[in-house]
Design a protein around this ligand. Structure first.
Ligand SMILES: Nc1ncnc2c1ncn2[C@@H]1O[C@H](COP(=O)(O)OP(=O)(O)OP(=O)(O)O)[C@@H](O)[C@H]1O
Length: 265
């Protein structure tokens, strides 16, 4: 349902060219949760922006249900790492979550209210709708950003290192939240991270990117049970084996070219 074909992105400006993505091709089936992992600076954010229609690729294309993605569209929602910059501090939580729905005139006001309430409930924030973002912890603010994406009822949820800026315990809770939402709602999720453990814990499949100039080095199918647990899953020998496999793939060509988080989670 989501196809990335021969995607290439070269940034031009300030008298130099940066080839952020060389040639990326992969597909996601409907309802899959796929993680993309790669070294720092390999173009993960660039990839996600191209998939979201926020950035025009130099070559290649992105197709959603066979239709080219040429700009932001309703079937795709994005959650970025910097929740502090993606929420408006002068708007209450409910208003932040409702914002993208307001741009869709076809959704009646009552339906908007229902979707916002459902989305906040789904992320465990049913009782903070009247608060302002700055009154909430970082983890809660990121939940608000996730609720805003859910309220759009996207076919594909795109997440760009969404938990990189929160503490370890909050991160674990948010990872479980994402897996729970994915299982309940049957969404397709593309989750970008530089953290190998996070990619293996969350994903059903992990796409491993090379260092720049970036291609898909390989993919690893995560054969772990659907029901995951932060302690038991991470201690499972299958998890340890998958983690080593991904690390090996990344190290295969990036010893001097970039950094990934190899610390056990
Ligand atoms: N607007 C831009 N103009 C020029 N070069 C850019 C621009 N945005 C990104 N780049 C370059 O493209 C490359 C890929 O950047 P990108 O942010 O996509 O990588 P990333 O894998 O998400 O990085 P990180 O893991 O550090 O977040 C880098 O070399 C970066 O300097």
């Amino acid at each position: 349902m989501l196809e990335v074909k021969g995607l290439r992105k070269v940034y031009e400006g300030s008298g130099r060219q940066v080839e952020a993505l060389r040639d990326l091709t992969f597909t996601l089936d409907a309802g899959e949760l796929v993680c993309v992992v790669g070294p720092s600076g390999c173009g993960k954010t660039t990839l996600l922006k191209c998939v979201a229609g926020l950035l025009r690729p130099t070559a290649g294309q992105v197709l959603l249900d066979d239709a080219p993605v040429t700009g932001p569209r309703s079937g795709l929602a994005v959650v970025f790492q910097e929740y502090g910059r993606s929420l408006f501090p002068w708007m209450r939580v409910v208003e932040n979550v409702e914002l993208p729905l307001r741009q869709r005139k076809s959704i009646p006001r009552a339906e908007r209210g229902k979707r916002v309430a459902d989305a906040l409930e789904a992320v465990g924030l049913g009782d903070v709708g009247r608060a302002y973002p700055w009154e909430l912890s970082g983890g809660m603010q990121q939940r608000v950003a996730i609720a805003r994406a859910l309220a759009c009822e996207p076919e594909v949820l795109l997440m760009d290192e969404p938990f990189a800026a929160v503490d370890a315990q909050t991160r674990a809770d948010l990872e479980d939240l994402v897996r729970g939402l994915w299982r309940e709602r049957g969404m397709t999720v593309l989750f970008v991270t530089h953290d190998i453990d996070e990619a293996v814990y969350l994903g059903e499949r992990v796409l491993v990117l090379s260092a720049s100039p970036t291609v898909v080095r390989d993919e690893v199918v995560v054969e772990l049970p659907l029901q995951r647990d932060q302690l038991a899953t991470r201690a499972d020998e299958r998890f340890v084996g998958l983690r080593s496999r991904v690390l090996e793939l990344i190290r295969g060509g990036t010893r001097d070219a970039g950094q990934v988080d190899e610390s056990p989670g």
